[in-house]
Design a protein around this ligand. Structure first.
Ligand SMILES: [Mn+2]
Length: 259
């Protein structure tokens, strides 16, 4: 059974996508407007619930950006949603960033992290999830990604405005990562990070000894990094300036502000 309402098969979904792209991509291309499609969030198994959503899998997203190919047809690359499509995000995410990044198909990045994997995950703060966000940032740098990195939905933080406080924490974390990637040079600097890290026993925490030593300097006097992150949130959250932030210094062209 198929039709306007009810069960929608994969084939029918592709037909609809093709119909839409055929009409819209030429117009967007002529007007030089980038179409940034957000993936289906989260992945759902075929036929669930009656609709086979085709943009919740990496291979399907590759097919999607190749349909009616145009430099103005690409993705709002939600790293969290992509991770929710993968069996082992901590290991697999870098190659996905590279595949879409090298082809110029990433027009915006939702820079967020998760704990877990496909069909078994929790949304997490940038520094608490399984993906190494410093290496992720290095991967965006290496493919020449020129646009924005923005926070996405995260757990809320106690306070007068739990959602905005949590976002403010993410802005600060992104800004610090950008600064660290650009400013810290030499053997202990993030600038020397490879984008295909050597993975240790803990997939989510596969930092090199040099990187761990460098990061530990941040946390002097705060105890563990996780504790330090919690303390920063509680004590400094209200000091975070407006979300309408200045653009980052030009380090690979990143800007953490979506506005
Ligand atoms: Mn998103």
């Amino acid at each position: 059974m198929s039709g306007v309402a009810g069960i929608v098969s994969e084939e029918e979904n592709w037909e609809r996508i093709d119909h839409f792209l055929a009409a819209v991509v030429p117009v967007a291309t002529a007007a030089k407007v980038r179409l940034a499609c957000h993936p289906h969030d989260p992945y759902t198994p075929p036929g669930c619930p009656g609709v086979t959503r085709v943009l919740g899998m990496v291979e399907r997203l590759k097919r999607f950006v190749k349909m009616h190919e145009s430099p103005y047809h690409g993705l709002n690359f939600c790293q969290g949603t992509i991770a929710e499509m993968l069996d082992d995000p901590a290991r697999e995410i870098f190659e996905v960033i590279r595949w879409f990044g090298r082809r110029g198909k990433i027009f915006n990045v939702h820079f967020r992290n998760i704990k877990g994997r496909k069909l078994d995950f929790m949304e997490a703060f940038l520094d608490e999830g399984d993906m190494d966000m410093a290496h992720s940032l290095a991967a965006y740098r290496d493919v020449g990604y020129p646009y924005m990195l923005v926070p996405d939905h995260v757990p809320q933080i106690d306070g007068r405005d739990p959602s905005s406080v949590a976002f403010a924490y993410c802005y600060g974390y992104i800004q610090a990562l950008i600064d660290a990637l650009g400013a810290a040079r030499g053997p202990h600097g993030l600038l020397s990070l490879p984008t295909a890290p050597q993975l240790g026993r803990h997939p989510g925490r596969h930092r090199s000894p040099a990187q761990r030593a460098w990061l530990n300097r941040w946390h002097t006097g705060y105890g563990s990094p996780r504790r330090a992150a919690g303390e920063r949130r509680r004590s400094n959250a209200w000091k975070t300036p407006s979300r309408h932030r200045r653009c980052a210094r030009s380090i690979g062209g990143f800007c953490p502000s979506p506005w």
